[in-house]
Every structure is written in C-alpha cells, then in structure tokens.
Design a protein around this ligand. Structure first.
Ligand code: KG4
Ligand code: ZN
Length: 342
C-alpha cells in the first residue's frame, strides 16, 4: 500500500474497553487500552458501569496515547471513532469526546464501524515494519463477543457479509458456557487456558447444523448446559474433576463448527486468502488449527497480533485512516448507532 499523509487519533468505546491509538501516515505509533475489571464480578458487562468507566478513562487514555506516539494534539489531522455497533451509553462517551475534540482542533471527523475495524486490523503496521498482509479478495472470519461473521473483503472499504450467526455469537457461546463452569467474565480466555491440558475427544457434542454460510450456537449452549447439569446430578464435583477435558471438548466443537462454513465459503468462492479477526481470534486452538488447515488447503492465512484481536483503538485508527484518505468525513450532527449496519 502506498503510504500517504495524515495523523489520525482513533477512539474505541463500544463495550468494556476504553482505547485510544495514533496512526501516522499508515503506521501505528501507539495503542493504549484501559480494561474495565469491574464487570468480572457480575458475570457480564453491565452497560451503566461501562459508560461510567469510559467517562473516567477516556481523557487519561487519549493523553497517554498522544504522549507515547510523541504527537501533540495540534499535529493531529483527523479523529476516528467507533460509531457502532455496541452499547449505546458506552459508544456515546467516545462519540461525544471525538466530536468535541475535532471541533476544538478544527479537524475532520471519521466514523468507523467496529466490525470493519476488526477486519482492517490486519493492515496495522509499526514504523519500518513490512508485514505480510492479505491481498484482495480475501475472506475474514470475524468472531467476537457480539458477532460471528464470514466476510468477503474486496478492498479496504468494500466488504460483504456472506454468513453470520442466527443467534449467539461465538464469543458469547464461550462466555456463557464458561459461566456454567463457574468462571468469571469473560470466560473465553479461561476455557482456552484449561483446554490446553485436556482431551478434546472425551465429551462429544453435536455440531450445530445451519443453512448456507450461517452459524447458530444457542442449541450447542443448551446441549452443554443440560449435559453439565446431568453430570453434576451424579457427581457434584464433575466440573472440577473434568475441567480440562470439558473445556477442550467444547472449544474444539465451536472451532470445528466455525471452520466448516469457512472452508465451504473459501471453496465456493475459490479464494485462498483467509483471515480471522475479533476477540475469539485470540484463542490458541483456533489460531493453531487455522494454520494447520491453511497448510492442508494451500491457503495464505492471516492471524492478528494478540493486542489487535480483542477491542482496541488501533483498528479504529487504521480504518479511520483509510476513510480519511478518501475524505469520507462526517459532520457534528453524527451520533452513535448501537445497531449500526455493516
Ligand atoms: O472483539 P471483542 O474484544 O469484543 C467484542 O467486540 O465483542 O471480543 C470479546 C470476546 C469475548 O467473548 C471473549 O471471551 C472472547 O472474545 N475471547 C476469547 C479469547 N480471548 C477473548 N474466546 C476464546 N478464547 C480466547 N483466548
Ligand atoms: Zn470487538
């Protein structure tokens, strides 16, 4: 990609991470993330608490991101923010901040769709880094706490959803099953951790069946909950005794399900560039299995760096930068859109 000029501040506040990042001429200079641990004890994100924490975190996070980048606010040429999808109260904090900051600096505002941001995280590079990036067209399996999408990407800003979940997202499935096992929120990373020691063939679960390239995880969740309850009736310590095997088995089922549609789409479209993105792409089994599958299918596979898998402003600044180059700006009348279309 030809590098062009622009210093973009990216702001992300769609869920429970407050994040700010600076991208200069297409290269990332900083990516600061303030995580909100408060939700752990409630078993999920409490929207009201998330909004309050964003309000407290946003200015310190932006200040740190500018400082680490060695950029003054007067040097910024654009501000990109997540407009949606996400939690309304959480989004509004980032949107309001971005609008007032852009107004005071008299620089353009760029709105970013969070899900497109996850995909374009693949184009984030540090100064002087020459990373291998997907070429167009490529397929991206975006798996997060709120979404599961199979996307055909034909250019930086041209992409189409080919399939998605009809009910729960893959991350949501991980988190809800983890909750049944007694893990704190978000449980996905803990399932990943315990699964490392487990046997994935020990407890077979039925793979969800869906049409086309769509997914469904709610049936699997119910099957899992019923199975755990039944086993606990016979042995109250069942989960504790079999934690690793339970985690490995359910994780493998989710990942095989994700891959079945991914393979079908790549075959049908005859595309051999395949990427993963979103919080669940931090899962070690998913990463390893994609690499293995890629070798077998002769795909070029792309796996984001850990810091760009879960929510981060680097991906928002990157997407904002592409839109900034096209002068795709929005005015001060813009607002958050919790159900923003792709
Ligand atoms: O993209 P993300 O940070 O936020 C949303 O946009 O939703 O994704 C968060 C999701 C959570 O469901 C979390 O449990 C899951 O990503 N996650 C993982 C792992 N790390 C994060 N799931 C499985 N294994 C992991 N290692
Ligand atoms: Zn996300």
């Amino acid at each position: 990609m030809e590098l062009r000029k622009g210093i973009i501040l990216g702001i992300e506040s769609s869920c429970d991470d407050t994040s700010a990042s600076v991208i200069k001429d297409g290269r990332i200079l900083s990516n600061l993330i303030a995580r909100q641990d408060i939700h752990e004890q409630y078993g999920g994100v409490v929207p009201e608490l998330a909004s309050r924490a964003h309000q407290q975190n946003i200015i310190p996070v932006v200040e740190k991101a500018l400082k680490e980048a060695g950029v003054t606010k007067e040097e910024l040429t654009g501000i990109a923010f997540t407009a949606g999808p996400g939690l309304m109260g959480a989004l509004l904090v980032g949107v309001s901040f971005a609008k007032s900051f852009a107004l005071s600096l008299d620089i353009p505002l760029v709105q970013v769709n969070h899900m497109k941001g996850h995909i374009l995280a693949h184009f984030i590079q540090k100064p002087n880094e020459e990373k291998k990036m997907p070429t167009f067209p490529f397929i991206c399996l975006t798996v997060s706490g709120g979404h599961t999408q199979l996307v055909k990407v034909t250019d930086y800003l041209e992409m189409e959803i080919m399939g998605e979940t009809l009910d729960d997202a893959a991350g949501e499935a991980f988190d809800k099953m983890a909750k049944v096992l007694g893990f704190p929120y978000p449980g996905g990373p803990l399932i990943d951790k315990y699964a490392k020691e487990g046997d994935s063939t020990r407890f077979p679960f039925t793979h969800p069946r869906t049409q086309n390239y769509d997914y469904s995880f709610s049936g699997l969740k119910t099957q899992f909950i019923n199975f755990i309850r039944m086993c606990e009736r016979d042995d109250p310590n069942f989960v504790e005794k079999n934690k690793a095997d339970i985690c490995a088995s359910i994780q493998d089922t989710i990942i095989r399900t994700l891959f079945s549609k991914l393979k079908k789409l790549a075959d049908d479209l005859n595309i051999n560039q395949v990427a993963i993105a979103g919080g669940v792409s931090a899962n070690s089994h998913l990463r390893n299995e994609l690499t293995k599958l890629g070798k077998k299918k002769r795909w070029d596979t792309f796996i984001p760096e850990f810091q760009y898998c879960t929510d981060n402003a680097g991906m928002i600044a990157m997407t904002g930068y592409f839109k900034y180059l096209k002068q795709d700006f929005v005015g001060q009348e813009v607002t958050a859109n919790a159900r923003m279309k792709f």
